[in-house]
Design a protein around this ligand. Structure first.
Ligand code: ATP
Length: 256
């Protein structure tokens, strides 16, 4: 079973925080999404890897992830109506992908409603239910991918960081959200290696121990072929795939 989020000890709760400097090229689009949220009375956030990249000062303009405190697909439909583009709804997952007009296929926004996840079996797909923003952040792989930026006009740019992701980001530290994280979803082992190599980060001590334990338990072997292939392909698309493979090999060696 996936544990519940511990009460956040952080200075910044899920709803407050220092503003994030957003890339000027993407700010009007984000503000537009916030206005659409205002009009519908829902809270809208940029979330996950794009927030991490913006905090790193990287001008990430593509593959944006948006989470709303409400129905993701309904919000995405409203966004498609207002901004144009092609909408694909994934009803089984309660998510939608909006491909914005223009030539760049990566000018894409993935929209989901805030959700919580429960893992009834290691490495199985989780049971998903509607959740709060904090629960939505708690289900993520590492603290530095578990931050959100408010897009509604009144709080535009405010960081939600209940698990101290910003501090981990500043220290270059990959930290899982809870003890069972790698067992629940072993793809996080490979994701962690990708981020460690791409950004020069290190696993925090307890996270490193949990990762070794998961590898020793054979967790990568629990993944079905499709998921393993997808993650390995992403790993091989990193700027230095050989370094990723060496890192994985070292970790497997230590886990024996
Ligand atoms: P990249 O920079 O390689 O695209 P990303 O962090 O943007 O990495 P995505 O795979 O696009 O990664 O996922 C977006 C976000 O969804 C992540 O930042 C993370 O918050 C969450 N996420 C993705 N995969 C997982 C997972 N297996 N377990 C938990 N959270 C995940």
């Amino acid at each position: 079973m996936t544990p519940r989020p511990a009460r956040a000890p952080a200075r910044e709760g899920a709803r407050a925080g220092a503003p994030v400097r957003l890339p000027p090229a993407v700010t009007p689009l984000l503000a537009r999404l916030g206005q659409l949220g205002d009009a519908r009375g829902v809270a809208v956030y940029g979330v996950g890897g794009c927030v991490r990249d913006w905090l790193l000062g990287r001008s990430r303009l593509t593959d944006l992830d948006v989470t709303v405190e409400g129905e993701g697909p309904a919000f995405a439909q409203a966004a498609a109506k207002a901004m144009g583009g092609t909408l694909q709804v994934h009803p089984a997952f309660g998510t939608a992908t909006l491909q914005l007009p223009g030539r760049n296929p990566r000018r894409r926004i993935d929209v989901a409603g805030c959700r919580k996840e429960t893992y009834v079996r290691p490495a199985a797909y989780p049971v998903v239910a509607r959740g709060t923003l904090e629960e939505d952040l708690f289900r993520r792989d590492f603290t530095l991918n578990a931050m959100a930026v408010a897009l509604n006009a009144a709080r535009f740019g405010a960081l939600a960081d209940p698990f101290r992701g910003r501090e981990d980001l500043q220290r270059g530290r990959l930290r899982v959200l809870h003890a069972r994280s790698f067992l629940d979803d072993p793809t996080r082992i490979l994701r962690g290696i990708r981020f460690a190599q791409r950004f020069g980060w290190a696993f925090e001590a307890q996270t490193a121990r949990r990762l070794r334990e998961a590898l020793a338990a054979g967790a990568l072997g629990w993944l079905n072929a499709g998921r393993l292939e997808r993650e390995l392909t992403r790993l091989l698309q990193e700027p230095d795939p050989a370094a990723c493979l060496r890192h994985l090999s070292r970790l497997l060696e230590r886990a024996r």
